[in-house]
Ligand binder design. Structure first.
Ligand SMILES: NC(=O)c1ccc[n+]([C@@H]2O[C@H](COP(=O)([O-])OP(=O)(O)OC[C@H]3O[C@@H](n4cnc5c(N)ncnc54)[C@H](O)[C@@H]3O)[C@@H](O)[C@H]2O)c1
Length: 254
């Protein structure tokens, strides 16, 4: 499928995980991909792999974010797709009883303020073009509570969801669609390592997934490509759950 032929896509956090898998999927579908990451090595490697352009950007910096879209526009002549995906989930963000203000603020900056900055700086390009698709990465924890808390992470993703809904509604009649991607847990090296060390912890989570496994990053990337493409032309302001059924489940299969 080449649904993104000649579209210009900017992906934040393109050096790893969901962002990296999406860079590959976008390129397979014909897009010109701008890979942005704060990590120079992995970001440059991702760009080389997909024949795209690397831009070093810290998504918490307004200057970096503005430069990222300007570079994309100056190089390729448009900005059609923005996948605002960079995010962190550090270990010092835990139960509200343990989490300090510095950890709280850092997660809000990287996960939520970054999405504000990315949307603020990309929407003017899309308004001028009269079209665009923005996909902001939230999480299934934006719609469900968890007893194994990461309080600032959860609050940041709730913020991403609400902001996305509002932007999707505000700019709908200007040809700009804005959707929140809500992935369930993804099979990343970090997750594998954590659960290899602690099978009980893995089981405690897996029991809630009707499909009985975690997602592969490529399965999340497939959903992002759909939201980026015209195949989703009537979808905006949505909370787009790609969670293996977690959010719909009460009793799961044995
Ligand atoms: N992995 C999961 O299970 C899961 C589930 C739901 C939602 N998410 C969300 O999906 C997104 C991607 O997660 P992932 O698992 O692929 O993560 P990852 O850690 O594999 O990749 C994140 C990338 O973002 C980059 N990054 C971090 N801070 C940055 C900054 N300030 N500026 C620019 N780049 C920065 C990192 O260098 C890294 O390359 C995140 O927003 C995460 O919260 C992940």
């Amino acid at each position: 499928m080449e649904r993104l032929q000649d579209r210009v896509a900017v992906i934040t956090g393109a050096g790893s995980g969901i962002g990296l898998a999406t860079a590959h999927r976008f390129a397979q579908e014909g897009a010109r991909v701008v890979c942005a990451d704060v990590d120079e090595d992995s970001g440059a490697k991702a760009a080389a792999e997909v024949g795209g352009l690397f831009v070093r950007a810290d998504v918490t910096s307004a200057d970096d974010v503005a430069r990222m879209y300007r570079t994309a526009y100056d190089t390729y002549g448009s900005v059609d797709i923005a996948f605002n995906n960079a995010g962190i989930s550090p270990p010092d963000d835990d139960s509200i009883l343990e989490t300090g203000i510095d950890a709280w603020r850092r997660v809000q900056e990287v996960n939520l303020t970054s999405v504000y900055l990315c949307c603020k700086h990309v929407i003017p390009y899309m308004r001028r073009q009269g079209k665009g698709s923005i996909i902001n990465t939230a999480s299934f924890v934006a719609v469900m509570g968890s007893a194994t808390s990461q309080i600032s992470y959860t609050a940041s993703k709730g913020g991403v969801l609400a902001m996305t809904r509002e932007l999707g509604v505000q700019f709908a009649r200007e040809g700009i669609r804005v959707n929140a991607l809500c992935p369930g847990p993804v099979n990343t090296p970090l997750l594998q390592e954590l659960f290899a060390k602690d099978p009980e912890r893995a089981q405690r989570r897996l029991v809630h997934v009707p499909l009985g496994r975690f997602a592969e990053a490529s399965e999340i990337a497939a959903a992002v490509a759909f939201l980026a493409s015209d195949d989703s032309s009537f979808i905006t302001a949505s909370e787009f759950l790609v969670d293996g059924g977690i959010s719909g489940a009460y009793v799961t299969p044995l």
